[in-house]
Every structure is written in structure tokens, then in C-alpha cells.
Ligand binder design. Structure first.
Ligand code: ADP
Ligand code: MG
Length: 260
């Protein structure tokens, strides 16, 4: 197995082709009769970090899942790094390769080791030789500070460690954009910080990030903008400073009074 010291030669920095990482224009989505996203307009520029918050059921997960087509929208346009999301499966594959996603419940494969979890997609999707994939995996496992866990199974790790593996696994695919859906809300409080620290580092390195979270300390520290969603709409969008100091809408004020 490769050691994890220097950045392997295969790890070229990847960058977005366009200045606008993600654009959503007049996006609507329904689950059957239920109108879950109502006229979402959002432009995320390269390197921007956006925090999305809002009450449970407001459509936060649905919105970010539409960006890598885990959910399909019915009206409006979603453009990711210059490519419009349509039913063209080849393009959806391309976008899924470039957009990493980290879920609340880690979603690691329980029957694979940590190293195998990290090398699976690079080997099968990116067609990378196993040795190179392992070298890159060890690089990122070192970055998230758990290289010594490489040969264990997910069930042998703490929640915080598993979530850091999930982040490393995403990074192994050299994503251009990272989506996080409440990455710390299933963790015991003492493990939240280790995961947030990993995300802060990623932000400092210039990763374009959309993060659904109620960790307002994280929002203040790294977000360029905070979005507040309610009932399928973006109700408010502002810099963290203004958002917390001067919320404009009653619904935002109510939400902030409940979580802060
Ligand atoms: P959030 O992440 O803000 O809690 P979601 O995007 O998960 O909100 O859900 C928004 C609304 O859509 C909720 O009312 C939820 O029950 C509903 N919903 C989510 N997924 C589905 C689905 N697959 N089918 C039908 N309704 C769904
Ligand atoms: Mg959600």
C-alpha cells in the first residue's frame, strides 16, 4: 500500500471551466401533487461557500440533490459548470463525477474497508489503476487525519471518523464542487468539531461548497452567503454578517430565535 506523505503525481488540481459553478433559474419541483421547490434562483460562483438553512421540510435537501440530479426538477434550468442538466445520461454521469456529495448518514459501504470505500469510484468510474487510487486515498485519509483506519470497516469507526472518511472518499474523485447535506447533524456533539474542521480546511483551499447545516458558527466562519429557505422558497440570502445581525423577514427572525 502507498504511504501518504506527499501529494501523488496524479493529484492535479481540478478547476471549474466556468466562472459560475452552479446556476438555478426559475427552478420548480413537485413530488406528485406537492410543490416542493418554488421558483428557486441561485447563482454560485467559483470558490464560493454557501450555507443553506431553514426549517425541516423546507426543501433544502431537495434543492441540493437537484444539483447532481439525485432528484429531477420539472421546470426551470440548472446549469453546473456550464452544462445544463437535462435527461442526457452521459452529462448526468459527468456532473456526478464532478460534484461530490456528503450525506447526513455517511452512506459508506459497510462491507468494504475504509480504503476500499475510497478507491471504489476512482477505479470503476475514473478507470484509475488500483495502486494510484490507493495512493490518492491514503493522501486524503491523511488529510482528514485518519490514515491509520484505512484497513478497518466503517462499523469499527466513530461517527465523526466515518463522516471524515465520507469526505475523503468524495475528494478522491477530484470534485469541482462539494455538496453537504447536514453533515454533522447525526453526530454526537463531541464529534461535530472534527468534521467541521475538515470542512473549514476545504473551504480555505478554495473549494466551491454548498452546505446545508444549522451550525451557525461554521456559517459565520466560512460562508460567503447564507440562504434561508422556507416552504420551498429562498426567503432570504445575505452575507453571514447581515443575515445574523439584520434578518429581513419574520420567518427568518423566528427561525434564528429558535436555533441561536
Ligand atoms: P429539508 O431537507 O429542508 O428538511 P426536504 O427537501 O427533505 O426538506 O423535503 C421537503 C419536503 O418534501 C418535505 O415535506 C418532505 O416530506 C417532502 N419530500 C421529500 N422527499 C420526498 C419524496 N421522495 N417524495 C415525496 N415527498 C418528499
Ligand atoms: Mg434535509
Amino acid at each position: 500500500m502507498a504511504t501518504a506523505t506527499d501529494r501523488p503525481a496524479q493529484l492535479k488540481p481540478v478547476s471549474l471551466k466556468t466562472e459560475t459553478a452552479v446556476e438555478m433559474i426559475g427552478v420548480h419541483k413537485w413530488y406528485g401533487e406537492f410543490h416542493v421547490l418554488r421558483d428557486i434562483n441561485l447563482k454560485v460562483t467559483r470558490g464560493e461557500r454557501i450555507v443553506v438553512c431553514g426549517p425541516s421540510g423546507s426543501g433544502k435537501s431537495t434543492m441540493i440533490r437537484c444539483i447532481n440530479r439525485l432528484e429531477e426538477h420539472q421546470q426551470g434550468k440548472i446549469i453546473v459548470d456550464g452544462v445544463e442538466l437535462t435527461n442526457d445520461l452521459k452529462r448526468i454521469d459527468e456532473i456526478r463525477r464532478d460534484v461530490g456529495m456528503v450525506f447526513q448518514h455517511f452512506n459508506l459501504f459497510p462491507h468494504l474497508t475504509i480504503l476500499e470505500n475510497c478507491t471504489l469510484a476512482p477505479i470503476w468510474v475514473r478507470k484509475m489503476p488500483k495502486k494510484d487510487a490507493e495512493e490518492i486515498a491514503m493522501h486524503y485519509l491523511t488529510r482528514v487525519k485518519i490514515p491509520e483506519q484505512a484497513n478497518k470497516y466503517p462499523g469499527q469507526l466513530s461517527g465523526g471518523q466515518q463522516q471524515r472518511v465520507a469526505i475523503a472518499r468524495s475528494l478522491c474523485m477530484s470534485p469541482k464542487i462539494m455538496l453537504f447535506d447536514e453533515p454533522t447533524s447525526a453526530l454526537d456533539p463531541e464529534m461535530v468539531k472534527e468534521v467541521l474542521d475538515t470542512m473549514v480546511t476545504l473551504a480555505e483551499e478554495g473549494m466551491t461548497m454548498l452546505v446545508v447545516t444549522h451550525e451557525m458558527g461554521f456559517a459565520r466562519q466560512v460562508a460567503n452567503r447564507v440562504i434561508f429557505m422556507d416552504a420551498g422558497q429562498i426567503v432570504e440570502m445575505n452575507t453571514p454578517n447581515e443575515f445574523f445581525k439584520n434578518p429581513q423577514h419574520e420567518r427568518t427572525k423566528l427561525f434564528l430565535s429558535q436555533i441561536l
